[in-house]
Design a protein around this ligand. Structure first.
Ligand SMILES: Nc1ncnc2c1ncn2[C@@H]1O[C@H](COP(=O)(O)OP(=O)(O)OP(=O)(O)O)[C@@H](O)[C@H]1O
Ligand SMILES: [Mg+2]
Length: 228
């Protein structure tokens, strides 16, 4: 398969936590290159470091050691403000625990990433309306996250991640709380985004079936990569 330029270059990434007097390693010497246009599935047992790796790739967490080039930028050397600008411009993140804003309605949650964009209010409304429709949650638009089921919150989290048309979509078990039909619909949505719009996707999944939607599977075991 033919892909674009090197979008992500992780070199010898280590992440640890100080537990008691010693270091507890979460990522151990992870090196990984991902090209624009890839659709990657990360798999591995609970606690193997999948979410940690995805947060580092998504500029939401920093390693304790190693280098990270995102679109050629040495992101670990950037100031917080520049890093956050890169995030807002390029990255959509579907969090494992949704991370919706409790005080905002479904509509407002999905609209959040668009606030930073130079869009007319009518354009914002059209984008949110389209996403509500695509994910079958039009009837929920004025409800707050606490008034939704887990699966519905997950759909809102996915809609929010797509709102600003990211070039890189990072999804941490995006279908974990959906039924199998909904899960399949989300995987087909991701596949279309990848194939038709060229969105680079990295998903974490426990499902072999969902992992197979990607072009490459990366296995994490005890914080180390073994590619298949
Ligand atoms: N603040 C912290 N202090 C100590 N250890 C931590 C901290 N945060 C995360 N860890 C550890 O990092 C390891 C990796 O966590 P991570 O969330 O990346 O795993 P995961 O592969 O996503 O697991 P899951 O499949 O259950 O979501 C875990 O063993 C966890 O206990
Ligand atoms: Mg996780």
């Amino acid at each position: 398969m033919q892909f674009g330029y090197e979008m992500i270059e992780l070199k010898n990434i280590f992440k640890w936590y100080q537990v008691g007097g010693s270091r507890s390693f979460v990522l151990k010497d992870v090196s990984l290159n991902i090209q624009e246009g890839e659709f990657i599935s990360i798999m591995g047992p609970s606690g193997s470091g999948k979410s940690t790796l995805l947060h580092i790739i998504g500029l939401l967490d920093e390693p304790d050691e190693g280098d990270y080039l995102f679109q050629g930028n040495e992101v670990l050397k950037l100031k917080e403000k520049q890093r956050s600008a890169l995030y807002k411009k390029h990255i959509g993140f579907v969090f494992q625990a949704y991370h919706l804003i409790d005080e905002l309605t479904v509509y407002e949650n999905i609209e959040t990433p668009l606030i930073y964009q130079d869009l007319k209010s009518s354009e914002r409304k059209a984008i949110v309306a389209d996403l509500l429709d695509r994910f079958g949650i039009v009837g929920k638009k004025d409800l707050f996250p606490v008034q939704l089921s887990g699966g519905q919150q997950q759909l809102v989290g996915i809609a929010r991640a797509l709102a600003a048309k990211p070039t890189l979509l990072l999804a941490d078990e995006p279908t974990g709380n959906l039924n199998s039909k909904q899960g399949q619909e989300i995987m087909e949505t991701f596949l279309r985004l990848n194939k038709e719009d060229g969105v680079t996707i990295i998903q974490v999944t426990h499902s072999e079936k969902n992992a197979a939607y990607g072009n490459r599977i990366i296995n994490l075991l005890d914080g180390q990569i073994s590619e298949v």
